[in-house]
Design a protein around this ligand. Sequence first.
Ligand code: MG
Ligand code: ZN
Length: 232
Amino acid sequence: MKIVAAKKLLKANDQLATENRAKLDAAGVLGVNLVGSPGCGKTTLLEALFARLRSATGALRPASGALRPAVIEGDIAGSIDAERIAALGVPVVQINTDGACHLDAVMIAAATDDLDYGSIDLLVIENVGNLVCTAGFDLGEHVRIAVLSVTEGDDKIVKYPAIFQGSDAVVITKVDLTPLTNFQADRVLGDVRRLNPEIPVFQVSALKGDGIAELAQWVVDQHARAQDARKS
Ligand code: MG
Ligand code: ZN
């Protein structure tokens, strides 16, 4: 009985996720589900990424290649990350899950009521910090980015394969701290490629700026690809 109920819930989630994605498609907005453990640097990565997406054009106004972002912040409690995003002038909606350890499509449907899709090109959903059950919930995004910091250790791909296997890109953060750790990037790259041979892996330092331009370009390319898919 319990298994049937869980399956039903997942089916309802998937139906609503499909609706969420259709709304994004209709507005030409790329949806990104950003997942990773607590403290891996998701919000700091967004700060660096948005600065880059902006400086690519030198203006807040949309121009070719520029993406106007908005963010949904998923946290169990508080609004610390949403305040950081709002300080950038980026529209942000905070979801407090009240203990739930992942976001689901129902929460996203409710949160997006408050967003003006006409004035954005990119919606980043920063999921609750969690490498486990976030893997099981489609939110209606187009791409999922899995974040892993060097301070978490290089065994996480083997220990949490589902989240990395089902993602569209992996970002290794805090690479400037590598000399202080025993993190072996080659091991991670090998483990990722065994799970998902085609997946791009970006090695970045959000604080120093390394690798951010490459990640920003990938996001811009994903947006262009989603637009092409919508037209054809
Ligand atoms: Mg955060
Ligand atoms: Zn959960």
